[in-house]
Design a binder for this molecule. Structure first.
Ligand code: ZN
Length: 239
């Protein structure tokens, strides 16, 4: 294996992130997490095509700005790696990306009901969770973001927000660090589940205001080490 342009801490966190997201059932055999290289910001690190629960450091690949593997690395990458590469290109401050098919999010991609922050853990959704419809760009599609133009269109739909839903497919979230992207993927799923439950009770639902969302997002960022330590310990069974 060629040496990755990344610190050992980033490699450890990325492996942990894969397993944590699988444990939380945000990822199953599908979906993936990546991180921008902390040594070469024009590159990112991502597992080869493999179920996230099984990922180890040896599975990680270095991908270039066009989401292609280094010459000589013949391992099979994820088809949808272009989601990650095009978001890193469009958003220089983004350090990690999670793409998942987490189930509670799906209804919000196929109906008129918007996914909105219902409680403080989902507060990062204050900036919106627009729905991207692949069909608008490509009538003949298989729902997968399988090339750069599709990745670019998804990154444009995400804009400056933290989350984008994908019609009939799933969602993608970003973070300023691996723990933050993992946190957001887990709590996007939970917020969606709670919003579906709340719609069965007497409404209207009281969502967070934009100001509450903004403030709570900052507060959560300040305590992210606490869940991260717990999740990592559980996922790796050590430390
Ligand atoms: Zn997908």
């Amino acid at each position: 294996m060629k040496k990755l342009p990344a610190s050992q801490a980033l490699v450890d966190d990325l492996v942990a992130a894969s397993r944590i997201l699988a444990q939380h059932e945000v990822l199953d055999a599908y979906g993936h997490v990546s991180a921008r290289s902390d040594r070469r910001p024009d590159r990112f690190i991502m597992s080869r095509s493999r179920a996230p629960a099984l990922v180890s450091a040896a599975d990680l690949m270095e991908l270039d700005a066009d989401s292609e593997a280094r010459a000589g690395d013949k391992r099979k990458g994820f088809i949808e790696r272009y989601i990650h590469g095009e978001i890193y290109r469009a958003r220089p401050e983004v350090m990690a990306v999670v793409h998942s098919h987490s189930p509670s999010v799906i209804p919000f991609g196929v109906t008129r009901t918007r996914l909105r922050p219902l409680y403080h853990m989902g507060s990062f959704l204050w900036s919106g969770a627009p729905v991207w419809d692949i069909r608008k760009l490509r009538e003949e599609n298989d729902l997968l973001v399988r090339d750069r133009p599709l990745g670019r269109a998804l990154a444009e739909a995400l804009g400056q927000r933290n989350c984008v839903l994908m019609r009939g497919h799933g969602m993608t979230v970003i973070g300023a660090s691996i723990p933050e992207a993992v946190f957001r993927a887990i709590y996007t799923e939970m917020n969606a589940r709670l919003q579906l439950q709340a719609t069965q009770l007497e409404g209207p639902i009281e969502f967070l205001s934009d100001e509450e969302g903004r403030r709570s997002t900052v507060s959560n960022a300040g305590t992210i080490e606490r869940p991260w330590e717990l999740w990592k310990k559980r996922a790796l069974g050590r430390r």
